[in-house]
Design a binder for this molecule. Structure first.
Ligand code: CA
Ligand code: CA
Ligand code: CA
Length: 466
């Protein structure tokens, strides 16, 4: 292990070694098969789904994140089988399942990686019939509280992706030709890329617990992270009082090196309050936008949508000082398939699921529906992923899946229909939700895509709806 004071060259060497060992598992940039439409289970009748949802291959992703997609958009494709009467597969992990990630096994089954509260990891394989077996996933232990990413699905060698000097509260992110990570050393955090013959550090200081996003469509030739840590907004509900003053987008040049293609500064007294933005096509024009929570001590949190040129395309109303909102999935949640940004307003107070549509003329995110009584985050934790979007019951409509705020003992499906937001159904968990919501979208030989959902509960039981 590299200790404090290690020469940068040694760290890069270690990263290069790490890259060499995970290179096989990262062969995910090969063409994937599967359904290219978010909602359609039979790949016909592509709806109004926007770039990054409609055109990107959505099923059989071989990398498992705690937030569904590499671009931070917590939305999953395929048709699920959840409803109030469905019977999930259950796995007892004998501890507090803090993080949960899944990938397809390549033969119709799913592989799930679990991190317990004490940092021990476990792996399971769940067959289509619901038979559960243990699988070995390396490493078998990570730092307490550390989130993970699972690589090597789809017939590879599943393992958690790690780097030698990776920061404690985040994980490396696989790119097309290497790995980018937040490194943590005696002199602070830094961003580093380790790839095929090209290693690189970056001048921008990342948030120490930033999750680094990649644009799934270009298969990781660009990455984005919250940068420029600051303590000027003393809200401190996400595990510390350090937030970000900017968003940086890096793009790969010919020859393999990355340069900063865009820097979005938080204006005035604002900070970006979160762990990552959401990179999604909000206006359905085929180009991605960047959605993030801005907050300050005077007005509290608002949601902002930026173009990839850094222009503000729209903002929501602010909520009031020291009140937060957690941006969730972006997708065609509207009654007629309108693209909507979903967030949870004050997830520790009212827990209001909000559906916004972008009005580019007025530069506003317009609130079009809302429903209170849910949450997507437990205060003081770094798990912002107790929420996912998808067609969880297979009826052709999207739902937002998240726990009830009072007990977290149910997962509820909130849907935006004509007239407002409703709770379509809820399933019991048996104990308060402990982990993020994890999903795997599995395609079969007929290109039908099944949305598999997993949740880990504080009684040690993981439930999987498949
Ligand atoms: Ca923070
Ligand atoms: Ca767009
Ligand atoms: Ca549905």
């Amino acid at each position: 292990m590299a200790g404090p004071g290690s020469a940068a060259a040694l760290d890069l060497l270690l990263l290069a070694v790490c890259w060499a060992t995970v290179g096989e598992a990262l062969a995910w940039d090969a063409p994937l098969t599967g359904c290219s439409d978010l909602l359609s289970a039979d790949c016909e009748g592509a709806g109004k789904t926007g770039r990054g949802l409609a055109q990107e291959t959505c099923a059989d992703r071989t990398v498992g994140y705690t937030y569904q997609r590499a671009d931070g958009n917590r939305i999953a494709c395929g048709r699920g089988v959840m409803d109030s009467g469905s019977e999930p597969v259950e796995i007892n992990v004998g501890g507090f399942p803090e993080w949960l990630v899944g990938v397809p096994s390549g033969d119709g089954a799913t592989i799930w990686g679990v991190v317990l509260g004490d940092g021990r990891t476990m792996g399971f394989r769940v067959s289509t019939e619901g038979d559960v077996s243990r699988v070995m996933l390396e490493p078998t232990e990570v730092a307490e509280g550390k989130p993970v990413v699972l690589v090597g699905g789809g017939g590879g060698e599943p393992q958690f992706l790690t780097t030698q000097v990776g920061a404690k509260f985040t994980h490396p992110t696989p790119l097309a030709s290497g790995v980018v990570s937040v490194q943590s050393r005696f002199d602070g955090e830094s961003l580093a890329f380790a790839g095929d013959g090209s290693n690189q550090g970056f001048l921008k200081v990342p948030l120490h617990d930033a999750r680094i996003l990649t644009d799934g469509e270009d298969m990781g030739e660009r990455f984005m992270a919250l940068v420029q840590p600051t303590v000027k907004y003393p809200h401190g509900v996400l595990g510390d009082s350090t937030e970000a003053e900017g968003i940086s987008l890096f793009s790969q040049e010919q020859g393999g090196t990355f340069t900063e293609a865009l820097f979005i500064p938080a204006p005035g007294e604002d900070v970006f309050e979160g762990l990552f933005p959401v990179w999604a096509d909000v206006d359905d024009d085929g180009e991605l936008e960047i959605v993030a929570t801005l907050a300050n001590s005077t007005h509290g949190a608002r949601v902002a949508v930026y173009s990839e040129e850094g222009e503000v395309l729209g903002e929501s109303e602010p909520v009031g000082a020291f009140r937060w909102r957690n941006v969730g999935p972006v997708g065609p949640f509207g009654p007629r398939g309108e693209i909507e940004v979903v967030d949870v307003l004050t997830p520790h107070l009212t827990g209001t699921v909000e559906f916004f549509q972008l009005d580019k003329e007025k530069k506003e995110l317009v609130l079009v529906a809302e429903k209170s009584g849910y949450t997507s985050h437990v205060i003081d934790t770094r798990n912002l992923d107790l929420i996912a979007g998808g067609d969880f019951d297979g009826d052709g409509n999207l739902e937002v899946l998240l726990p009830d705020i009072d007990t977290r003992e149910h997962l509820a499906a909130v849907r935006h229909i004509d007239g407002g937001a409703i709770e379509a159904w809820r399933v019991p968990l048996g104990a308060p939700l402990a982990s993020n919501i994890a999903t795997v979208s599995l395609s079969d030989s007929k290109q039908r895509v099944t949305l598999v959902v997993a949740a880990g509960n504080s009684d040690g039981i993981i439930k999987i709806w498949q």
